[in-house]
Design a binder for this molecule. Structure first.
Ligand code: GLN
Length: 307
């Protein structure tokens, strides 16, 4: 299959969509990003990489980090985790408060904000401090990406903390139900810090290879999670990775995937490759509009999907 040609064709086909969608401006630092950008990369099991567009350009990974924190928490806490966070699609926006109230402070899944905040809370308890938890998250991401240069964009992290009203509300609501153990402010800051990590599509397509290969990195042979845990992470990505558009993403793309409000989306083709696409303008559910289209074109053109 001529992957390079397919990526080049996709870049041409998405051009008319550039005036659609809107960059996330509820985090002011993200609102300043130029919407007219696109990059896409795939990394195969033998390490070969195909890219198009701004594949080297760093962007804020935002909720993509939730896949990595969920992976870490699952690794250390195992099934105990599901006492505090579920694994069902929420059918609600990523930052919604209503469901949490009537479901007694137990978030539906690890990929909505409330669920990811609980996951970060478990990691702070496990590593015994917020800074150690952050270091462990960063270490893990650097390991799966095989790249020690990954860092946090401090400007984005501060900008989000200055407008943290909703995430603090979610955290405090869960604390009132006894589902948060650590200090709400440092917890939310730690959550923002891992959301503010900067990566590019090349790095991210590389970093999800272990999920395409039953938990074992096919290039370094490092085992990160068990086969069964890898299956579950992919399943939750498929059913919950795009919030209230998860069904639509599965319908159009047919792959486990996870989006972030920075405009990135990662996706996994089991036994074949890791994929990442980035374009900052978002659709109404907060997922990259062009990114979703590019992935739909990719699975259509290659015939590769899980279905
Ligand atoms: N840090 C962002 C927030 O909490 C992450 C949301 C996202 O990427 N969907 O709002």
């Amino acid at each position: 299959m001529d992957y390079q040609q397919i990526l080049n064709d996709i870049e041409i086909e998405i051009q008319p969509l550039f005036d659609k969608g809107k960059v996330a401006d509820y985090i002011p630092a993200l609102g300043e990003v130029d919407a007219h950008q696109f990059g896409m990369s795939i990394t195969l099991f033998d390490g070969s990489v195909y890219s198009v567009g701004a594949a080297e350009k760093f962007f804020s990974i935002q909720s993509i980090s939730k896949v990595f924190t969920f992976t870490l928490a699952l690794k250390y806490l195992g099934a105990e985790l599901y006492k505090r966070v579920g694994r069902e699609p929420s059918g609600n926006p990523f930052n919604s408060l209503v469901q949490l109230e009537y479901e007694n402070g137990i978030p539906r899944n690890p990929f909505i904000n409330a669920g990811a905040i609980v996951i970060t809370d478990t990691l702070i308890s496990h590593y015994k401090s917020d800074s150690k938890a952050f270091d462990a998250i960063l270490d893990f991401i650097q390991s799966i990406a095989d790249d020690t240069t990954i860092t946090m964009d401090v400007v984005v992290a501060i900008s989000e903390m200055e407008h943290a009203y909703r995430n603090l509300a979610l955290t405090n609501l869960m604390k009132s139900f006894d589902n948060i153990d650590n200090n709400a402010i440092t917890l939310v800051q730690t959550y923002f810090n891992h959301c503010a990590l900067e990566m590019n599509t090349k790095m991210l397509s590389r970093s999800v290879l272990f999920l395409a290969n039953h938990g074992v990195d096919p290039i370094t042979n490092k085992a990160y999670v068990t086969k069964s845990q890898a299956k579950r992470i992919n399943a939750v990505m498929l059913t919950c990775g795009h919030y209230d558009a998860s069904g639509d993403f599965a319908f159009k793309v047919g792959l486990p995937g996870k989006s972030g409000v920075g405009g990135g989306i990662i996706a996994v083709i089991p036994q074949k490759m890791g994929i990442c696409v980035w374009s900052p303008a978002l659709n109404e559910q907060g997922n990259s509009l062009i990114g979703t289209k590019a992935l739909e074109l990719f699975t259509t053109k290659t015939g590769l999907s899980i279905f």
